[in-house]
Design a protein around this ligand. Structure first.
Ligand SMILES: Cc1cc2nc3c(=O)[nH]c(=O)nc-3n(C[C@H](O)[C@H](O)[C@H](O)COP(=O)(O)OP(=O)(O)OC[C@H]3O[C@@H](n4cnc5c(N)ncnc54)[C@H](O)[C@@H]3O)c2cc1C
Length: 383
C-alpha cells in the first residue's frame, strides 16, 4: 500500500528502520531476559533527535506530529516492542505538558525532553483505580505556594528511569471526576520515591514501577492547566497517545509476520517448504491484510490529529483497539507457523506474542476502548 508519505516521513521511517535493525534487534533478547533499562538504545534514539517528534519547534523539537511519532514507534516496535515503549511512554508523559503546559512549564521541561536528555512518564493508575480512573485516591493538598502529594501510583511505564512525571491527583475529593488535577513532579523531589519494579510477561525491556508520594511538596507552579481539569488532561492526552500504542501494536504484528514468512520459506516438511501449503498461505494472507487494515486506520487517525481535529476520541480508540487485537492474533498465528520451535525461547517469535498482549491492556483496556467507541457511535446516531 502506498500511503503517499512525504520525503520527511520516509526519512523518519528509514532512519528508525535502520536503528531497529542495527541497534535494537541484536540486543532485544538480551534486554528481554535481563529486564535492564535499555539506556544504550535510548541514547541512539536521542542522538537521532527522535524525541523531538512530539515536541514543538520553539521548545527544541521538530514539531508535534503524531504520524511521524507513529512511523517511528512502528519501526522500533518491529524489532522490539519493549524497547519501543520506553520511547513511546516518554511521549505519553510529555503530551500533557505540550497540550496544557503554560509558557514557563514548556520552557522549563520540553527542551531536555526533546533532546532525550530526560525521559517522561505518565501516572494515573492506582491499585484500586485502573479502568475506573476516577477512583484514584492520591491527593494533592494546597498549602500556601505548594501542593502536598500523598498516595501511590502503580504500573507506571518508565517509572524510576524517567526524570519528569505527569501525575493525576485529587485536589477536591468531594467533586468526583471534577476534583482531579494534573501535576508535574520531578524525580528527586523529597517525598517522591519508587516502589517495586514489576516482573512482566512481555515488554520486559521497559520498566514498570510504583510511584510513592509521602508528603511530597511541589511548587504550585507545577499544576498543569487549572485545578479540576486532571481527567480532561488525561482524556486529551490519551486521544493523542493511543495512535502511538496502536503503532506499537502494528510494529509488533509486522515484525512477527516478517519472521513467520521467512521461516515458512526455510522450513521444509513433506519434502517442501511449508510456505507452499495452502493452510499456511491463507494464514499469511489474513495476517498481511489485517496488518494493512490496521496501518490504514492508524495513519488516517494520525493525519486527523495532525490536521488539528480534536474530536478524535472514537477514532483514536478504534485505532488502538483494532491494531492491538490484530497484533495479538497475528503474533499468535506467527508462532503457530513456527510450530514447536516457535514455543521455544531459542527463537524470537514467542517474544512478539508476549509483547503484543500489553497493547490490549494499557492506556485503557480494549473493553474500555469498545465502551468509548460505542458511546460515540450511539451519540452520533441520536443526532
Ligand atoms: C505493563 C503495564 C504498563 C502500564 N503503564 C502505565 C502507565 O505508564 N501509566 C498509567 O497510569 N498506567 C499504566 N498502566 C496501567 C493500565 O493502564 C491499567 O492496567 C489498565 O487501564 C487496566 O486497569 P487494571 O489493570 O486495574 O484492570 P481493571 O480495571 O481491574 O480491569 C480488569 C478487567 O475488567 C475489565 N473491565 C473493567 N471495567 C470494565 C467495564 N466498564 N466494561 C467492561 N469491562 C471492564 C477490563 O477490561 C479488564 O479486562 C500499565 C499497565 C501495565 C500492565
Amino acid at each position: 500500500m502506498d500511503y503517499l508519505l512525504t520525503d520527511e516521513q520516509k526519512m523518519i521511517q528509514e532512519l528508525t528502520r535502520k536503528i531497529a535493525e542495527e541497534k535494537i534487534r541484536p540486543v532485544a533478547a538480551k534486554y528481554d531476559q535481563s529486564e535492564e533499562f535499555p539506556w544504550e538504545v535510548i541514547k541512539v534514539i536521542a542522538d537521532s533527535d527522535l524525541f523531538g517528534l512530539f515536541i514543538p519547534e520553539q521548545y527544541g523539537g521538530m514539531g508535534v506530529n503524531v504520524l511521524n511519532l507513529c512511523l517511528a514507534t512502528e519501526e522500533l516496535s518491529r524489532a522490539c516492542g519493549g524497547i519501543a515503549v520506553c520511547y513511546a511512554a516518554s511521549a505519553l508523559g510529555t503530551f500533557p505538558i505540550v497540550l496544557f503546559g503554560n509558557e514557563e512549564q514548556k520552557k522549563k521541561y520540553l527542551p531536555d525532553l526533546a533532546k532525550g536528555k530526560k525521559l517522561a512518564a505518565f501516572g494515573i493508575t492506582e491499585p484500586e483505580a485502573g479502568s475506573d480512573a476516577s477512583a484514584i485516591k492520591t491527593t494533592a493538598r494546597k498549602d500556601g505556594n505548594h501542593y502536598i502529594l500523598n498516595g501511590l501510583k502503580h504500573f507506571i511505564t518508565n517509572g524510576g528511569d524517567a526524570e519528569v512525571y505527569t501525575v493525576i491527583a485529587m485536589t477536591d475529593k468531594t467533586k468526583g471526576a471534577r476534583g482531579g488535577s494534573a501535576f508535574i513532579v520531578e524525580k528527586g523531589t523529597p517525598g517522591f520515591t519508587f516502589g517495586k519494579k514489576e516482573d512482566k510477561f512481555g515488554i520486559r525491556a521497559s520498566s514498570t514501577r510504583e510511584l510513592i508520594f509521602t508528603d511530597c511538596k511541589i511548587p504550585k507552579e507545577n499544576l498543569l492547566s487549572r485545578e479540576g481539569t486532571g481527567f480532561i488532561v488525561t482524556m486529551k492526552t490519551f486521544d493523542m497517545s493511543r495512535p502511538g500504542v496502536a503503532a506499537q501494536a502494528l510494529g509488533i504484528a509486522q515484525g512477527a509476520l516478517d519472521l513467520a514468512v521467512k521461516y515458512a520459506k526455510e522450513r521444509r516438511q513433506f519434502g517442501k517448504a511449508i510456505s507452499s501449503f495452502q493452510g499456511i498461505q491463507w494464514m499469511i494472507a489474513d495476517m498481511a491484510t489485517e496488518i494493512e487494515a490496521a496501518r490504514s486506520l492508524i495513519y488516517a487517525v494520525a493525519r486527523m490529529v495532525d490536521a488539528g481535529r480534536t474530536d478524535i476520541s472514537k477514532e483514536s480508540a478504534m485505532a488502538k483497539m483494532y491494531a492491538s487485537d490484530v497484533a495479538m492474533k497475528v503474533s499468535t498465528d506467527a508462532l503457530q507457523i513456527f510450530g514447536g520451535y516457535g514455543y521455544m525461547r531459542d527463537y524470537p517469535i514467542e517474544k512478539y506474542m508476549r509483547d503484543a498482549k500489553i497493547t490490549q491492556i494499557y492506556e485503557g483496556t480494549n473493553q474500555i476502548q469498545r465502551n468509548i467507541i460505542a458511546l460515540e457511535v450511539i451519540k452520533e446516531t441520536a443526532k
